[in-house]
Design a protein around this ligand. Structure first.
Ligand code: AMP
Ligand code: MG
Length: 403
């Protein structure tokens, strides 16, 4: 049985970095930048006003100025501010020659054709963004591995990089296996349950920016499972199955992975609760994850092993969730394996992070994810963890990506 860290190290050794591709900026949201982006020019490229007001010279102390023009954003008028004169200016507009400060309109008053400046000590540079004050030419603005979220993609646009080079999205297929599975929406027969894993796993994959090449469901029949695996391995980066990896006779995924000469199995069990019967195999560059069928087990193992693998494949700089110490709010029974419970971490009045679990933690109870913002990592031991003891919690953030 592999502890999660060891399992991750094995997966890391077998994954490959996906190639990069140029993509129009409008399609690059939440993709991973595959190049360092250096500013080709200063931004702003001209001294720009940060206020609506009047462009003045700070050396001119007279309270009265004659307005010689109006400078809006987006086009440059040939105007020069000299003593006794001013130019009306808008936010973001280039500051005219001769001016070195902008007096906000609130600090002025119109008197016939003159402006009265109600501000005594106008400082040089006041309310002006100098050339290059946001981004300096030659500066490393975004480094390789950055996920292009809202601010980042705005910066890419600001640099004028379009198309932008990003890593190819991982191609991933998902198959739910089991004779008991029916489609949500179909009537349940005796002994049947609805396939939920496929939808959970696809949602988790979409949140990681993957391209889902196939998502389906198959009964416990060897030929169709073999065909599925053979076909998907040929085209996908990652193949995920759920179910069929326990000790039963119809746990065929485990058997097929083991028996196929073109597939190498690297481990078959995890030292983790939930998620013990997890098979990891490869075939060429394709990673194959045979996840346990229980809905919580499959999602927790996705989180712990598949998500970091996908992030490394796309070269994302942020691979790991933040892990923080938390104080237990209630007793937690320990297990003989590392146990990952769904948790709710909050901030106590004294500023410490405190955590409680989401109630019953059995691996079939998908509702144990409801309200969870974390996974409480409970090390194995004989005695119960008492309220007030500290454990580590993996914080689950909002998903970063949509496809
Ligand atoms: P297995 O790993 O095939 O032994 O399945 C373990 C448990 O998970 C059984 O109770 C299955 O019915 C259930 N299960 C398997 N696949 C799914 C699925 N796709 N959606 C929901 N539950 C499942
Ligand atoms: Mg099964």
């Amino acid at each position: 049985m592999r502890p999660p860290d060891e399992a991750r190290a094995i997966i890391d050794r077998h994954l490959i970095r996906l190639p990069s591709e140029p993509v129009p900026l409008g399609n690059a949201m939440f993709r991973v930048l595959a190049e360092d982006l250096i500013a080709p020019e200063d931004h702003p490229p001209f001294p720009a006003s940060t206020m609506d007001g009047y462009a003045v010279s700070s050396d001119d102390h007279s309270p009265w100025r004659e307005v010689i023009g109006e400078q809006n954003a987006g086009h440059v008028l040939d105007l020069e501010v000299t003593d006794g004169y001013t130019v009306k200016i808008m936010t973001g507009a280039p500051v005219p020659r001769g001016a070195n400060a902008v007096v906000p309109v609130e600090a002025t008053e119109m008197a016939e054709d003159h402006v009265v400046i109600h501000k005594e000590d106008v400082r040089a540079g006041e309310n002006i963004r100098p050339i290059g004050s946001d981004v300096r030419k030659g500066e490393l603005v975004l480094s390789k591995g950055t996920i292009l979220g809202p601010a980042e993609i705005g910066l890419v646009a600001n640099l004028g990089v379009n198309p932008v080079t990003v890593t190819r999205r991982p191609k991933v297929s998902v198959l739910s296996t089991g004779d008991e599975l029916v489609e949500p929406g179909d009537t349940l027969g005796p002994g049947q349950i609805r396939d939920s894993n496929r939808f959970s796993l696809c949602a988790a994959l979409v949140a990681e920016g993957c391209e889902i090449t196939f998502a389906g469901q198959a009964p416990d029949e060897r030929p169709s499972l073999e065909t599925f695996l053979r076909e998907r391995i040929a085209t996908d980066d990652v193949v995920i199955t759920s179910g069929g990896v326990s000790m039963g006779e119809l746990d065929l995924i485990k058997a097929i992975l083991f028996d196929s000469p073109e597939i190498n199995v690297h481990f078959r069990r995890l030292y983790l609760k939930p998620g013990k019967p997890l098979n990891f195999a490869t075939s060429g560059n394709a990673l194959i994850f045979g996840l346990p069928g229980n809905p919580v087990s499959s999602l927790v193992t996705f989180e712990v092993l598949i998500r970091p693998a996908l992030r490394q494949m796309v070269g994302a700089r942020d691979v790991d969730r933040p892990i923080v110490p938390v104080v237990l709010e209630h007793d937690v029974e320990a297990s003989d394996r590392v146990e990952y419970q769904r948790g709710i971490v909050s901030v106590a009045a004294d500023g410490r992070l405190i955590a409680r679990n989401t109630g019953k933690q059995q691996s079939s109870r998908l509702a144990s994810f409801m309200g969870a913002n974390s996974i409480l990592m409970i090390p194995p031991r004989e005695s119960t963890y008492g309220a007030g003891e500290t454990v580590m919690a993996m914080m689950l953030g909002a998903p970063f990506a949509v496809s």
